[in-house]
Design a protein. Structure first.
Length: 295
């Protein structure tokens, strides 16, 4: 009888473990959807290595350099009627980058700079917001407006220009895969007091594509890099196209679910002033209770 009781308790423990594991897998799958009605606090760090041997203006840049960009993004969607959700996803950036030789960016997450002098300061604030239709399986989609505010005090990593444009998301999900894209486009609409009137107003696009494959035990294989297009650049220098490969894992720290991710990104199409560009991205999403809906 004692052995039967022990076996029963063991089976009960395994069943509870399997149920917890299943819920973690479901949570990992839902988190793959940018429109999911899950509140989380996202911390991301991008370490980007750049090599150059081209002239930039009157200065020629040689050798290697790096840019370290930290992003904090509180994701706090609000459920609406009929399966819709309202989203606002502010991105606060903190950038450690060279200052002496640089190409001024339009997008604070896509900066190219070289030089011996460096500084670390907050970058511009990005704010996409809108509404969407969200489904755990099948098609989800949404759209709205996206803004960039010239909040940066960094000598290089500052656009000094208010920017606005459309944003759109579309993705398809089933039990194994989540595939989709998030597109943002910005036009410059007004400069701040440091804006150079001889500089063209911003006109650029960011397209993040994501391909995620769900594995057992809440593991994922994933790729989620950003394709960028600077429409003001010469024809051969407009596009940056990276490929990526990474992994993700949903864990619990105490009662809190946390999604951990790491991804290696390598540009295969790059502007001519950059010989190669590679990025190591690490990210942690701390999931918190949504008071307007389910976890």
């Amino acid at each position: 009888m004692k052995h039967l009781l022990t076996a029963g308790l063991l089976l009960l423990g395994l069943a509870q473990s399997a149920q917890a594991e299943k819920s973690m897998e479901q949570l990992a799958q839902e988190m793959s959807n940018p429109l999911a009605q899950i509140w989380n606090l996202s911390f991301q760090n991008n370490y980007t290595k750049i090599k150059a041997s081209e002239s930039i203006g009157a200065v020629t840049a040689h050798g290697e350099d790096y840019i370290n960009t930290t992003l904090f993004q509180p994701v706090l969607p609000i459920p609406l009627d009929n399966g819709m959700t309202a989203f606002a996803r502010p991105v606060i950036t903190y950038i450690n980058a060279p200052t002496t030789v640089a190409l001024k960016p339009n997008n604070p997450t896509d900066i190219t700079a070289f030089g011996e002098d460096r500084e670390a300061k907050f970058g511009d604030l990005i704010l996409p917001m809108g509404v969407g239709v969200v489904k755990v399986k099948g098609w989800s989609y949404g759209g709205g407006l996206t803004f960039i505010f010239p909040t940066s005090q960094h000598e290089v990593a500052a656009s000094h220009e208010y920017q606005v444009g459309p944003t759109a998301l579309a993705l398809y999900a089933n039990d194994s895969w989540t595939v989709g894209t998030h597109i943002q486009h910005w036009w410059g609409v007004a400069g701040d007091s440091k804006f150079d009137d001889t500089q063209k107003s911003a006109n650029h696009t960011d397209m993040q594509y994501f391909i995620i494959y769900n594995l057992p035990h809440a593991w994922q294989l994933r790729a989620s890099p950003h394709i960028t297009v600077n429409w003001n650049a010469p024809t051969d220098n407009k596009l940056s196209l990276p490929l990526a490969f990474g992994v993700g894992k949903m864990i619990k720290i105490g009662p809190m679910p946390v999604q951990l991710m790491a991804e290696y990104q390598q540009d295969v199409i790059i502007p001519e002033y950059v010989e190669s560009e590679k990025t190591l991205m690490v990210q942690a999403n701390f999931i918190i209770k949504n008071p307007f809906g389910e976890l």
